[in-house]
Design a protein around this ligand. Structure first.
Ligand SMILES: C[S@@+](CC[C@H](N)C(=O)[O-])C[C@H]1O[C@@H](n2cnc3c(N)ncnc32)[C@H](O)[C@@H]1O
Length: 255
């Protein structure tokens, strides 16, 4: 289901992925001086973080794993000239490489997993002792304006699940055994031309229909029109409308 949604968005994702790019940049900026022999990236998508890892670690082999087959084939095509990147279909909750990795990285992906605690346990096991896990997370305050308008327009179609909170994410990482070396947490408002442009952008990121912004059933045409009009009225600001993204970065090590 998640794989299908992101497969559909593979072609258009990068055009509207400003918050995801900023998060991927923060993940790489947080890394200390490291000389890994191999890297695992989980939820690689269209390769925003992958590209930054290639720039930072030229020549180091990267296993870029994603649940969505089309994301993987899109990434394989887009990164054809980077022989160091191997694109693989896999689930971050269960994926294991042949050998443990010295560095695992993930950005804007693990909020999608059904079981974050089990995923953190699995990633801990993917790492060699002393290994590093660099994580960028989208958190529960992401698109809170949209959630508010959506539940007013269609209260019976409220989302059945939410993105993880900062506290839940921290607890999952700590109970998996990770030592937290560094972390940062904050919110950012992104501006869009208008409500329609905003709704189109998040649709093209593959996030509508997901737990970020959608509910238990899709909105009908009248509800969508109402949503756009109400959003425009409530969240207009100089030069457009705004949407909040709550994110965190964690630099972690396996003890
Ligand atoms: C918002 S995209 C982010 C991709 C990229 N890391 C970036 O920074 O732009 C999230 C990606 O996570 C993938 N994903 C979702 N659940 C996953 C899982 N359980 N295992 C692996 N990938 C998953 C989706 O298919 C999608 O490509």
């Amino acid at each position: 289901m998640i794989g299908t949604r992101f497969s559909a968005a593979a072609e258009t994702y990068d055009r509207h992925a400003r918050p995801q790019l900023a998060l991927a940049q923060a993940v790489v900026a947080m890394l200390p001086e490291l000389y890994p022999e191999q890297i695992l990236e989980l939820g690689a998508g269209t390769g925003l973080l992958t590209r930054l890892l290639v720039e930072r670690f030229p020549e180091v082999p990267i296993d870029a794993v994603d649940l969505a087959e089309k994301m993987v084939s899109h990434g394989r095509e887009k990164f054809a000239r980077f022989a160091q990147v191997d694109w693989l279909v896999g689930d971050a909750q269960t994926f294991r490489g042949t050998d443990p990795y010295p560095l695992v990285a993930s950005s804007a992906a693990l909020h999608w997993v059904a079981d974050l605690a089990a995923t953190c346990d699995n990633i801990y096991q993917c790492l060699e002792p002393g290994g590093t896990f660099a994580l960028g997370m989208m958190l529960e305050g992401t698109l809170k304006e949209l959630q508010e308008i959506r539940s007013a327009v269609a209260p019976a179609k409220n989302p059945s699940s939410r993105l993880p909170s900062y506290e839940t994410t921290t607890a999952c990482l700590q109970s998996a055994g990770f030592r937290i070396e560094r972390r940062a947490h904050g919110e950012e408002r992104i501006l869009y031309d208008d409500a329609e442009a905003f709704l189109r952008a998040i649709h093209e990121q593959g996030v509508t229909g997901g737990k970020v912004s959608s509910g238990s059933a899709p909105l009908n045409r009248a509800e969508l029109g109402q949503l756009a009009a109400d959003y425009q009225e409530a969240f207009a600001t100089d030069g457009g409308v705004y949407a909040t993204y709550e994110t965190a970065t964690f630099l972690l090590s396996r003890k």
